[in-house]
Every structure is written in C-alpha cells, then in structure tokens.
Design a binder for this molecule. Structure first.
Ligand code: B12
Ligand code: SF4
Ligand code: SF4
Length: 323
C-alpha cells in the first residue's frame, strides 16, 4: 500500500468503527505554547496539577510516544437533548449521561490502533489516547482539519458542532497529512462569552477553570466559594451552557446514532434529594460506570446540596414575583 492508500484505509476503518470524523496531522509543536504557559502561570488550572506536570509534553507532543510522528485524530458525537427539568432535579452535562466515554471508546480505539499496526511494517507503533495523558487534543484536531477552536475554547466542527469527544492514535506509520482547518468561523459572535453564568472567560479562547462550573462540579475537591455556589444553578455534574448557546450547535448538532457511547438522555436529570440521601454503595451501583464516579459520592452530594439550594432560592423568588 502507498502512504495515501494507508491513510484512506485507516480513515475508512475509523468511520466503520463508529467515529464521525477523522484526520491526520504531525507532532510538531502546536503554535500556542505561550498561551498554555501563561494559563498555567496565572493559576487557571486550579487544582489540576497534572496540567503543570504534563506541560512540556503538551507543548512538544513528539515527546509523548518515542518514535511516533503522526496523530490520527478522531471525533465521536455525543449530542443528546433533554426535556424540561422536573422540580427537585439537578442537571448532568450531556457527555456524562451514561457509560464513561473513556471506557466506551477503549475498544474501538484499540481496534483502530491494531488496524494501523496491521498495515505497517513490523516496527510500527500505534497507541491510543482519550482525554488522558498530555495530548493537546484540540490543537491536533484543528491541525488535522476537524474544525476550529471557538471562543469558548471548544473544537467546533463546521458540520457537527462541538458536542464531540476527541481521541488520538499516535503512530510512526508513514501517513500523508491533512490540511489544517484555518478558518475562524466564530466571526463577531460572542454568545458563549456572555452566557457563562460564572464569567469564566477573562477573554475569548481563555477559560479560567477556577470559575468554571465544569471544573467546580468535577475536578474541585473541598468547599466551593459561596459567591460561586450561587451562580452554579442546577448543575450537579459538568456544564453545557457555552455550547448550548453556540449557533453552530443549534444548527448542526444532531442526536447521536449507533451504540458507540451507550448514552441515555433520560439520565440528564437526577433527583437531588435521592442523591443527598444515597449511601456510598448505592452511589457506586447507580453511577459507578459513569463519569460521575470521578468526584465520587462526596463530591456529587456537595454539588446536589448546592443545586437544591439554588433551585429553592429560584422557586421562592418566582413565588415573590407572582404575589
Ligand atoms: C483540562 C481540561 C478541562 C478543564 C479546563 C478546560 C479548558 N478550556 O482548558 C475543565 C475541567 C474546565 C474542562 C471542562 C470541559 N471539558 Co475538558 N478537557 C481538559 C483537557 C484534559 C485539557 C485541556 C487543555 O489543554 N487546557 C489548557 C488550556 C490552556 O488549553 P485550551 O483552553 O484548550 O487552549 C489551547 C488552545 O485553545 C490554544 N489557543 C489559545 N489561544 C488561541 C487562539 C487561537 C486563535 C487558536 C486557534 C488557539 C488558541 O492554546 C491553548 C494551549 O494549547 C482536555 C483533554 C486533552 N487531553 O486535551 C479536555 C477536553 C478539552 N474537554 C472536553 C470537554 C467535553 C469538556 C466539557 C464540555 C465537559 C462538560 N460538559 O462539562 C467542558 C467544556 C468547558 C470549555 N468551554 O472548555 C473535550 C473537548 C472536546 C471538544 N470538542 O473540544 C476534551 C478535548 C476531552 C476529550 N477527549 O474529548 N476541561
Ligand atoms: S462550561 Fe459553563 S461555567 Fe464553564 S465556561 Fe462554559 S458556560 Fe462557563
Ligand atoms: S457561541 Fe459564537 S463565539 Fe462562542 S464558540 Fe460559538 S460561534 Fe464562537
């Protein structure tokens, strides 16, 4: 096979496995090391100390897997929509409504890595990464032609929007590169920046994690500042607001097809009282296979109490308006 035929066969295999887009780029340093360093220096990673530890490799992805000089970047659509939130229920981000994607994608990614090895010489290396390790996934995806990095920092596809997971196979297989997606299709729009309830964007394409509901509900252990709690609304895990308001999602996000991710939109709302009262064993039984396992029972209970207080405050404010 020629390198071109190998690339075509790899892309074909990725689509057969259920990924909705695939592109190929190299592992030369992405152009935004300065932005990464200044983000870290100003403390915007909060308690995510791994972001500091991985910075050198994130800025120089060729260091991640010795010998590898190509990234095959794939995306997996996870869009799903919920109805109206019932009273007393909290909200779970779209990506977390069911099986943990790190586990769901493992099989298909391993199959793709095996395929890459099978079409290469005996010394071909191919290893998959999904949201783990220091891979600068959005920058590689942009360079592999999958979309542009929006003002909300998400990788946005011009045909699918941004409700997509990204994953990469790093390899030394000799593959031709795809053209980068060099257009900025955000234009003069600033909807995401204005819609963020906690004002987490100091400027376009910079997100201060310490202010972000996704970070606060998933990554942050311990107490959350009261002034932020009041702004967290009904979110018990993650946050989708800066994507929900994006016109590229309103226009192009379409419900996921197939069973690649095994998500269940009915898990978009969870009973807050039930969460608060649940013991650890019940939590593991109901949520042990989902991303909610990351903050564990204690973190989810903390989030549920905040969401309950916020919804009670909202309800009494609405009552006062009708009297
Ligand atoms: C740390 C992290 C977080 C943190 C910090 C988020 C952030 N914006 O950095 C927190 C916990 C807040 C978070 C939240 C979410 N995350 Co997250 N997260 C990551 C992780 C592990 C690293 C991201 C990172 O490198 N941050 C460091 C900062 C400095 O990078 P950055 O903001 O991306 O900016 C870079 C570029 O934008 C570029 N840049 C800067 N300026 C400019 C200017 C221009 C013009 C250009 C082109 C580029 C550019 O330079 C920066 C340095 O590389 C990645 C997985 C991975 N391995 O990459 C997932 C990842 C980014 N997360 C993901 C998801 C799904 C989410 C959530 C939607 C989950 C949710 N619903 O709650 C939210 C979205 C919040 C948001 N608007 O980003 C997906 C995003 C998929 C996509 N389509 O983009 C990823 C890729 C995981 C995955 N494998 O699918 N996340
Ligand atoms: S995920 Fe939510 S809190 Fe975080 S930046 Fe987007 S809108 Fe703001
Ligand atoms: S809401 Fe507007 S500015 Fe924000 S990412 Fe979408 S198009 Fe870009």
């Amino acid at each position: 096979m020629t390198p071109f035929e190998k690339a075509e066969a790899t892309k074909q295999r990725a689509l057969e496995l259920g990924f909705d887009a695939v592109g190929i780029t190299d592992l030369t340093p992405p152009p935004h090391e300065v932005e990464l360093r200044s983000w870290l220096k100003s403390g915007m990673a909060g308690t995510m100390t791994y972001m500091h530890r991985q910075a050198a490799r994130r800025a120089r992805p060729a260091m991640i897997l010795p010998g590898a000089d190509r990234a095959i970047v794939v995306s997996a659509n996870y869009f799903n929509s919920e109805g109206d939130r019932p009273d007393g229920f909290g909200r779970v981000a779209k990506y977390a409504r069911g099986h943990d994607y790190h586990k769901s994608l493992r099989g298909p990614l391993q199959a793709l890595a095996d395929f890459v090895r099978s079409i290469g010489e005996s010394d071909t290396v191919a290893r998959f990464y999904v949201d783990a390790g220091p891979v600068p996934e959005r920058e590689l995806a942009q360079r592999a032609g999958l979309g542009w990095i929006g003002k909300n920092t998400m990788l946005i596809s011009p045909t699918r929007g941004s409700f997509t997971f990204l994953a990469t196979i790093l390899t030394n297989l000799d593959l031709p590169l795809d053209d980068p997606f060099n257009l900025d299709r955000c234009g003069s729009c600033t909807r995401c920046l204005e819609a963020c309830p906690t004002d987490a964007f100091p400027r376009a394409r910079v997100l201060d994690s310490r202010q972000c509901i996704s970070y606060l509900t998933i990554e942050c252990a311990g107490d959350i500042a009261p002034e932020l709690q009041a702004l967290m609304g009904d979110w018990v895990f993650g946050c989708d607001i800066c994507q929900d308001v994006c016109p590229w999602n309103s226009k192009f996000a379409s419900p996921l097809k197939g069973d690649l991710l095994a998500l269940d939109p009915s898990r978009g709302f969870v009973d807050l009282a039930m969460l608060i009262e649940m013991d650890d064993a019940e939590f593991v039984e109901q949520f042990g296979h989902t991303p909610l396992e990351r903050p564990a029972s204690a973190g989810i209970k903390r989030n549920a109490k905040i969401a309950l207080e916020n919804s009670q405050r909202e309800a009494s404010w609405q009552m006062s308006q009708t009297q």
